[in-house]
Design a protein around this ligand. Structure first.
Ligand code: PLP
Length: 417
């Protein structure tokens, strides 16, 4: 057998909190004005209290509300697949498994936290959310989730993506969201995730009925993603497989990586590997420091690897990996050497994506292709040494709305860097 599914009633009933398992205790976010640790009151205009509580929780497990589970069961548990055809093509003794998060309604892992965040906002009496989206995956995920809970949603979409990826906008509108290009006040600017966050936060702070929702980076977002790794652990057992030697995921803000990797943090033999683009090398080239989450400096200062909040990365196809900072939890694990990081240029990443598509069949999102590059290189390293390495990676999303990038690759127009 090469594919393991769990039944809908085997979905995890609690999220895994990595905070108590960190080598050193987490540092608090700081208020941008006073540089004092931010308290719940500072965050209350932006987020529901349940999420603020999860942001600082030291509880090892946090129950998933039944209403959230009911919606997650539309596509969860997601399949664990052994990539035997890719293994054969590589001629590797490694066993490669991937967790297929592309089966969600919006086509990526982001739907996992979107549903939880929409639920907690609805429960607190909020009727409208604002958010930003880069390549469009987060916007589509939250649009779907808001449609489930009857919440209004305004999405500030990075202008370059708004113009290059009309199908994402159409999906968001189909789920009932309003979509505008960002930055709103600079019509000639291609935009960035950092500036779109500024627009979405500005929208929400002026309104009682509105909260802001972030698709990555924050502790509660990564917490909601841990269903991925928890299911994968169960499925590996079902497959009669041992613990993986290495768990690989792409890293933009860290949510799909945290989701699959955090449940393995207590398993000390398991290596954890973050893969990022060389054009936005936050973990491999950035410095660990307090920095803002956005360009305008409106968010709290977070302790993380950063390239500087005014860093504008080049317009690579993996738009979801174009972020100057990273999750504080992921950053702490990298700083403390519990997690490794590697960066790849775009050309090498698409080479891996196409090899995967031609062996396993699925066309990955350009972000996901970074994890595939990492997994393939782990398997090739095992071939060198003749090692039976077990590699698990996160198939964070499909690439059906990113086909223009494949067109560029196939016809020699892709920027190799
Ligand atoms: C957004 C996205 C990413 C990168 O974001 P993380 O928060 O680092 O996971 C990776 N893959 C896909 C498919 C995405 O949509």
């Amino acid at each position: 057998m090469s594919r393991w599914t769990l039944s809908p009633d085997q979905i995890p009933s609690a999220w895994f909190n990595v905070a108590p398992h960190l080598p050193t205790p987490p540092q608090p976010p700081l208020h941008p004005g006073t540089r004092e640790p931010v308290g719940p009151d500072d965050l209350a205009p932006l987020f529901p209290m349940a999420c603020i509580g999860q942001e600082v929780s030291a509880m090892p497990w946090i129950d998933i509300p039944g209403e959230v589970l009911d919606i997650l069961r539309l596509w969860r548990p997601t399949p664990l697949v052994r990539a035997t055809r890719l293994e054969q093509a590589l001629g590797t003794p490694a066993r490669i498994y991937f967790k297929d998060e592309s089966v969600s309604p919006s086509g990526s892992h982001k739907t996992n936290t979107a549903v939880a965040q929409a639920f907690y906002n609805k429960q607190e009496g909020i009727t409208r959310l604002s958010t930003e989206t880069g390549a469009g995956q987060w916007g589509t995920a939250l649009s779907f989730a808001c449609s489930q809970f009857d919440l209004d949603l305004k999405v500030y979409m990075v202008r370059a993506s708004y113009q290059q990826k009309p199908y994402r906008k159409i999906a968001m509108e189909t789920w009932g969201a309003e979509v505008v290009p960002s930055p709103v006040d600079e019509p000639d600017h291609p935009g960035s995730l950092g500036s779109a966050i500024s627009d979405a936060v500005r929208d929400c702070v002026g309104r009682e009925d509105t909260h802001y929702s972030l698709g990555s980076v924050l502790n509660h977002v990564l917490l909601h993603q841990t269903v991925i790794g928890l299911e994968a652990k169960e499925q590996l057992e079902l497959a009669g497989e041992r613990l993986p030697d290495v768990v690989v995921a792409s890293c933009g803000g860290g949510s799909n990586l945290g989701g699959i990797a955090f449940p393995f943090v207590p398993d000390e033999t398991v290596r954890l590997l973050a893969v990022e683009p060389t054009s936005c090398p936050t973990l491999t080239q950035g410095r660990f420091d307090y920095d803002f989450g956005d360009v305008a400096g409106m968010t709290p200062l977070m302790p993380m690897y950063t390239l500087g909040h005014d860093f504008v990365p080049p317009s690579i196809h993996a738009g979801g990996l174009r972020y100057h900072g990273d999750s504080p939890l992921v950053s702490a694990l990298v700083r403390d050497e519990r997690m490794e990081a590697i960066a790849y240029p775009q050309g090498k990443v698409f080479e891996a994506a196409v090899q995967f598509a031609r062996t396993e069949g699925k066309i990955p999102a350009p972000e996901t292709a970074h994890a595939i590059r990492g997994a393939i290189d782990e398997a090739l390293a095992a071939k060198e040494t003749g090692e039976e390495r077990v590699v698990l990676f996160n198939f964070s999303g499909h690439g059906f709305l990113d086909l223009a990038a494949y067109d560029d690759y196939t016809h020699g127009r892709l920027e190799q860097g």
